[in-house]
Design a protein around this ligand. Structure first.
Ligand code: BZU
Ligand code: ZN
Length: 261
């Protein structure tokens, strides 16, 4: 198992020992205070070109459940907003809690949500490989969407119905033709700020785009997330995958900007 996790010994408070950047100046997530966000009229809307979306597989890496995409061309990209060029969709994954309404990574005036979806994109115009982009200051753009406990989300069903195939750490299954467009809320109004990966290696390479409007998820659907395990099939322990979120980090003088549409 990776030397890091979300437990008492290997959790977020211990990560700085192996990843000193954990105490850096542009760490994520953060607590967003809407009244303190700078309204920037020059921020254009975010454009998601997800029509030729092509998911490949779904897998469990022991930290989260991830759906991967074919990023060999600019078929599935985001543009606009704070971004200088097109960023290619590489994968999406989630962070969630044990029960109740905690589990998100970003918070809004201290409010937590049951889960948070991250759509990870990389700057293929500037970096040759995803790995290089993941380590570059403007290498990644992650769209964060809050999942609020409420009615069931029909778009999420296809994903939660596939979890039984990737119960164990290291398991992977075919997952083709899923278009994450159905996971978007009605409004693409967002906050944006310069930050980092929220898991090791915690690279300070992410332009965060946090959507204001959450989508809803039912308690039953959240239960499906919690049947995933961090243990491998060959291990004898059966530890549930839950509370895989990093708490908010110091803003260190960064400005959060708010879009208008
Ligand atoms: C468990 C490791 N999670 C990492 C793995 N990647 C980064 C390193 O990759 C190098 C090839 S990543 O760019 O896919 C990525 S995005 C996020 S988050 N939660 O900030 O959206 C975490 C991670
Ligand atoms: Zn994430």
């Amino acid at each position: 198992r990776d030397p890091w996790g979300y437990g008492n010994e290997d959790g977020p408070d211990a990560w700085h020992k192996d990843y000193p950047i954990a105490q850096g100046n542009r760490q994520s997530p953060i607590d967003i205070i809407p009244e303190e966000a700078v309204h920037d009229a020059s921020l254009s809307p975010i454009f998601l070109s997800y029509d030729y979306c092509n998911s490949i597989n779904i897998y469990n890496n022991g930290h989260s459940v991830i759906v991967e995409f074919d990023d060999t061309d600019d078929r599935t990209v985001i543009r606009g907003g704070p971004l200088d060029n097109a960023y290619r969709l590489k994968q999406f994954h989630f962070h969630w809690g044990g029960k109740g309404n905690h589990g998100s990574e970003h918070t809004v005036r201290g409010k937590t949500y049951a889960s948070e979806l991250h759509l990870v994109h990389w700057n293929a115009a500037k970096y040759k490989t995803f790995g290089e982009a993941a380590a570059g200051p403007d290498g990644l753009a992650v769209i964060a969407i809050f999942l609020e406990k409420g009615d069931e989300h029909r778009g999420l069903h296809k994903i939660t119905d596939a979890f039984y195939m990737v119960k164990f750490k290291g398991s992977v299954a075919d997952f083709k033709g899923f278009n994450p467009k159905i996971l978007l809320p009605n409004s693409l109004v967002y906050w944006t700020y310069p930050g980092s990966l929220t898991t090791p290696p915690l690279h300070e390479s992410v332009t965060w785009i946090v959507l204001k409007e959450p989508i809803t998820v039912s308690e039953k659907q959240m239960g499906r997330f919690r049947m995933l395990l961090i243990s491998g099939e060959e291990e004898d322990d059966r530890t549930r995958m839950e509370n895989n979120f990093r708490p908010p980090q110091p803003l260190k003088g960064r400005k959060v900007r708010a879009s208008s549409n």
